[in-house]
Design a protein around this ligand. Structure first.
Ligand SMILES: C[S@@+](CC[C@H](N)C(=O)[O-])C[C@H]1O[C@@H](n2cnc3c(N)ncnc32)[C@H](O)[C@@H]1O
Length: 361
């Protein structure tokens, strides 16, 4: 394929996704612009309208399109296409399957799933977003998608699903989804881990045991409601950006770890140390892995070159060095090498299965 849609597929592949022929055909045929008719926010915070010259080129790029902002915080979007593709491949979609999607957003992901022959129920907690997704699906001529308004925690009553795909960051998996799964089904969801949202395949009976396997790193916006309820095992959240960093341990990796390897180290750090988190560091565009101190205002930052920098107290420097040693001597395991066990926690009236213990397989 040539032209804009051909370039689009190439960008999705360069973003790390394998595109089997049916999925490539879905990305090539579903018109993404039909799902962002009111435009979207640029990375610099300004709004792109359909009349703007760069509108179509941005729509057909491997970039997230933020479609709704509340108090400067993105609250709805069309996710990054390569991440959508990696998740759809991991979902192992087959024609005739029934799929529950949590986070309808623009409706574009549901449209891609429907193009693969599945029937989709997609839920969004924001009524205006659900209405717009419904209109967009009709505009694009997509059938076999039903969009519901509500908190996705409850799932969709009365139905059985072969798969549940969650396109918003959650703290744990709703037992309701597990009880609505058909035999052999599973949930694919970005579940909080050390300040990031690695996508996990999660399965098990609603009463447990519930286990998971990481698929890929991701960065999703946070879900509303009990899906992100705080719980005793939750990772700490930094009080603010870390400043006045002092180098305390020299680099260990030359060249520095690439993005994927850094995420692998990050995953291991979260599995081995419950102080691991995601921090903003002055002068760096990307967030960094850090072990936070007790009051969450300082700690030890591990950079992609393996150097450790301290902010405030130096209490977390030695634990950070231990993580690096352990990860290197384990042969730098990828995140996919971990097996996750979950515990039922969160809001007692609406509990979630959250990751609680990790083992290298
Ligand atoms: C990243 S967007 C989803 C992208 C979407 N799948 C697409 O293709 O455009 C996340 C969506 O999740 C929704 N959301 C947040 N919390 C939710 C919840 N508890 N239940 C259902 N939807 C939720 C938001 O309103 C937002 O529209």
């Amino acid at each position: 394929m040539t032209g804009r849609r051909g370039d689009y597929l190439e960008q999705i592949r360069r973003g790390g996704a394998d595109l089997p022929p049916d999925l490539a055909a879905a990305f090539a045929s579903v018109p993404r612009e039909a799902f962002v008719p009111d435009g979207f926010q640029r990375r610099d915070g300004t709004w792109v309208c359909p009349a703007d010259p760069e509108y179509l080129a941005t729509v057909y790029s491997d970039d997230v399109l933020v479609t709704k902002v509340d108090n400067k915080i993105p609250v709805s979007s069309s996710s990054q296409p390569s991440l959508m593709a990696i998740m759809i491949v991991a979902l192992r979609v087959a024609p005739g399957q029934h799929i529950l999607e949590i986070g309808a957003g623009t409706g574009y992901n549901a449209a891609l799933l429907a193009s693969l022959g599945a029937t989709i129920t997609s839920i969004d907690v924001q009524e205006d977003v659900a209405v717009r997704a419904r209109t967009a699906l009709a505009r694009a001529g997509i059938s076999h998608v039903r969009v519901e308004h509500g908190d996705g925690y409850a799932g969709s009553s009365g139905d059985r699903f072969d798969r549940v795909i969650v396109t918003v960051g959650i703290g744990g998996v709703s037992p309701q989804w597990l009880s609505q799964l058909a035999p052999g089904g599973f949930v694919l969801a970005p579940v909080k881990h050390a300040g990031t949202h690695p996508v996990l395949v999660v399965s098990g009976p609603p009463e447990g045991p519930v286990t998971g396997t990481p698929v890929c790193p991701s960065g999703f916006m946070l879900a509303a409601g009990p899906l992100t309820a705080d719980h005793p095992g939750a990772f700490p959240f930094p009080a603010g950006p870390l400043t006045d960093l002092l180098p305390v341990m020299p680099p260990r990796f030359d060249p520095p770890l690439g993005e994927i390897q850094y995420r692998d180290l990050w995953y291991a750090a979260g599995a081995w140390n419950r102080r691991a988190s995601h921090v903003a560091v002055a002068g760096r565009e990307q967030g960094c892995l850090a072990l936070l101190d007790e009051n969450r205002t300082g700690g030890a930052v591990i950079f992609p070159d393996g150097s450790i920098h301290a902010a405030g107290s130096s209490d977390q420097v030695e634990p950070a060095a231990i993580i690096l040693d352990r990860w290197i001597s384990a042969g730098r395991p990828p995140m996919q090498a971990w097996r996750v066990s979950c515990t039922l926690t969160g809001d007692p009236d609406a509990p979630i299965w959250a990751p609680d213990a990790w083992e290298l397989s």
